[in-house]
Write a protein that binds this ligand. Structure first.
Ligand SMILES: [Zn+2]
Ligand SMILES: [Zn+2]
Length: 267
């Protein structure tokens, strides 16, 4: 395990949340490393979507774990004098299988991100539905899996996040209010309603109690001008003196720094 906070302190040239050919990224790991070297990054961390028990075309298989870790090692040998390359995972929290599972604990990782991309269907608690993808799909799933109850979707997302935070087994909390993006496209303004705001604040309190690093995720900035958590919580995080990290969640090499400087300026 590495000391993440020492990497991000007084340093804006890093990204510790990125996807590649091992999940839904659109380029090979080496392409990302080359771009990070070109942009004079000091650190680049890979976080493929980890194996999960939910049905998912996005998450890597367990069989891919060794090739992934081998590729990190190979890239370190080639580029190690120019950049520090870190082996991470973005691990889904699903009831019964999450970041605290012994499988993940046994892996030689530098760090991991805990994220929620799936919540159970309102009809069947064993059917896990991806609520993280593009809005075009999300708006079809709300009636199909959640009886059109967008508030239930939001509350369930934050309940899953809170459980994940309580159970632990990871270092960084990924995009802690990501549901706000799709939910507010489904029902504009939902993420400014008092009950929603209370859910975010309660989650941030739980995260602070458990001493995680909080990710400011900038992936949606280029297209939607939105950060996760929403910038309206930056003041609260600053008051709490929360340990934060600015990650681009890049799926394309040209986006490894997208939104990061804008978020740092606002923070
Ligand atoms: Zn994610
Ligand atoms: Zn991600």
């Amino acid at each position: 395990m590495i000391d993440i906070l020492s990497i991000v302190q007084d340093n804006d040239r890093y990204n510790l949340h990125g996807h590649t050919q091992f999940c839904d990224g659109h380029a090979n790991m080496e392409d990302f490393v080359r771009e990070a070297v070109a942009q004079q990054f000091s650190h680049y961390g890979f976080t493929p979507h980890a194996p999960t028990t939910a049905e998912s075309p996005v998450n890597m298989s367990r069989e891919a774990m060794k090739p992934y870790l081998d590729e990190v090692q190979r890239l370190r040998e080639v580029y190690g004098t120019q950049i520090n390359i870190l082996a991470g995972l973005e691990i889904d929290y699903i009831d019964g299988f999450g970041p605290n599972d012994p499988y993940f604990m046994s892996l030689p990782l530098d760090y991991s991100i805990g994220s929620v991309h799936f919540i159970p269907s309102i009809h069947d608690e064993n059917e896990w539905v991806d609520i993280d993808g593009r809005f075009e799909r999300f708006k079809e799933k709300v009636p199909q899996y959640f009886d059109g109850d967008i508030e239930w979707v939001v509350r369930t997302f934050f309940r899953q996040m809170t459980r994940m935070v309580e159970l632990g087994g990871f270092d960084i909390v990924g995009h802690l209010d990501k549901i706000g993006h799709n939910a507010s496209m489904y029902r504009p303004g939902i993420d400014t309603e008092p009950w929603y705001d209370a859910l975010v604040r309660d989650l941030i309190d739980a995260i602070m109690d458990h001493h995680y690093i909080i990710e400011i995720n900038t992936k949606a900035w280029p297209e939607h001008h939105r950060f996760f958590p929403n910038e309206r919580y930056f003041g609260l995080l600053r008051r709490y003196q929360a340990p934060v990290i600015f990650n681009s969640d890049a799926h394309y090499p040209h986006l490894i720094n997208a939104g990061r400087c804008e978020a740092m300026v606002l923070y």
